[in-house]
Design a protein around this ligand. Structure first.
Ligand code: PLP
Length: 430
């Protein structure tokens, strides 16, 4: 294949990051179930530790199976480098780690995965970090929230629990103006539906637990760096721009340029925080990604059919699917996620909290689980589960009001999905 011919997404999802195993010719990426790697000699070992040569030392840092996955997701996102982590939540901490320090803060969207709200509003305080939550449709408020201690802006492309699409271009413009990196959680969209780096994102984070793997078998995360942010310009990111005491004084950005964030994440982040993905998990995610485009097309097609059916149903108050013309975010779909608005949305049931609980208890095909992005259709009442730790005001702000049910539409036949909701709604609203 000629070097300058750009491969399509559908081809990259199968081939990127992988080549026949150099030792055996194995066509599929082997699961390198090993902790350590034999050095050729003392000089080789020294070069690896000095980052003068790229290679494998110890699987807390890098592993060939895990690297294949990192490189594949990196190619699909159009990044410069990537690392894999033990979960999506680990990926979020790993994305922030090189940028943050005690007393520093991030600006985060009010529309986030429930677990991320808790991680940012409570747990990161233990590190001396904090988050300010802002409505990202209010760009003036976003800009006004930035202070001299702010180090990143964080949002989701298609926001969980559903129905909201962030105007990444507009948010990236603000980030650019204030000289801060934009971190986009692209879990619900996947790089097939949305490519945040093309809209100005600096870092992209994923929960590989969801659509990337696609069948509810692993927990994993990925951080992709665009390689485009100048970490040295403002002096605000000394871990990357100045000699790093945690890595014998190496100045990562001056030495490694576009790969600074990725190498820092491996050499310091994974080394010392240990939020490493295991090779078995990477294998499952690699298998999943091979069919990502096919699955996402079907997820989107089914979600649209189910949302349209629900919107016409008299037992439903409203449906928040950005793929519907009635959605206030419908006009963003073509620009931000041109292949579709995902398969995650919420709907409000007439009869409120009690009807929602009855609906959940009567579905047969849908699984009542705290997960999304499975081949199977999933349902959850966020207010009584994932968003339970939040105040009612936070619940409403994040799209998880008490009368609202969230669905993650699977790739079964749409008629069967609709029939299941129909019979359960009959019981719930009887
Ligand atoms: C699930 C999820 C996470 C957290 O990922 P885990 O793999 O469960 O740690 C973060 N963001 C979004 C949008 C998610 O859906």
């Amino acid at each position: 294949m000629s070097e300058d011919r750009k491969l399509a997404f559908e081809t990259l999802q199968i081939h990127a990051g992988a080549e026949p195993d150099p030792a055996t010719g194995a066509r599929q990426v082997p699961i390198y179930q090993t902790t350590a790697y034999v050095f050729r000699d003392a000089d080789h070992a020294a070069k690896l530790f000095n980052l003068q040569e790229v290679g494998y030392i110890y699987s807390r840092l890098t592993n060939p199976t895990v690297s294949a996955l990192a490189n594949r997701v990196c190619a699909l996102e159009g990044g410069a480098g990537a690392i894999c982590c033990s979960s999506g939540h680990a990926a979020q901490i790993m994305a922030l780690f090189p940028l943050m320090g005690p007393g520093l803060n991030i600006i985060a969207s009010t529309r986030l995965y429930g677990g991320t709200m808790t991680q940012f509003s409570q747990t990161i305080k233990r590190f001396g970090w904090s988050a300010k939550f802002v409505d990202f449709d209010d760009l003036a408020a976003l800009e006004a929230a930035v202070d001299s201690n702010t180090r990143a802006i964080f949002c989701e492309s298609i926001a969980n629990p559903g129905g909201y699409i962030t105007d990444l271009d507009a948010v990236a413009k603000v980030a650019d103006k204030v000289g801060l990196p934009l971190i986009v959680d692209n879990t619900s969209a996947t790089p097939y539906l949305c490519r945040p780096i093309e809209h100005g994102a600096t870092l992209v984070v994923h929960s590989a637990t969801k659509y990337l793997t696609g069948n509810g078998t692993v927990t994993g995360g990925v951080v992709v760096d665009s390689g485009k942010f100048d970490w040295s310009k403002s002096g605000k990111f000394p871990s990357l721009s100045e000699p790093e005491p945690a890595y014998h004084g190496l100045a990562f950005h001056p030495a490694l340029g576009a790969m600074a964030f990725t190498f820092h994440s491996i050499a310091v982040g994974l080394r010392d925080l240990g939020m490493t993905m295991n090779p078995q998990g990477a294998h499952y995610t690699l298998m999943g990604i091979e069919t990502l485009s096919l699955r996402m097309d079907r997820h989107v097609e089914n979600a649209r059919k189910v949302a349209e059916w629900l919107e016409k149903d008299p037992r439903i108050d409203y449906v928040t699917y950005a793929g519907l013309p009635s959605s206030p975010y419908n006009h963003r779909v073509a620009r931000i996620c041109p292949k579709g608005a995902g398969a995650l949305f919420t709907f409000a049931v007439k009869g409120g909290y009690d009807a929602c609980v009855k609906l959940i208890d009567n579905v047969k095909l849908f699984s009542h689980v705290a997960n999304l992005g499975d081949t199977r259709s999933l349902i959850i009442h966020s207010a009584s589960t994932t968003h339970r730790q939040l105040t009612e005001e936070q619940q409403i702000k994040s799209g998880a009001a008490p009368n609202v049910v969230r669905v993650s539409i699977g790739i079964e036949h749409a008629d069967d999905i609709i029939a299941d909701l129909d019979q359960a709604l009959a019981k719930a609203t009887a």
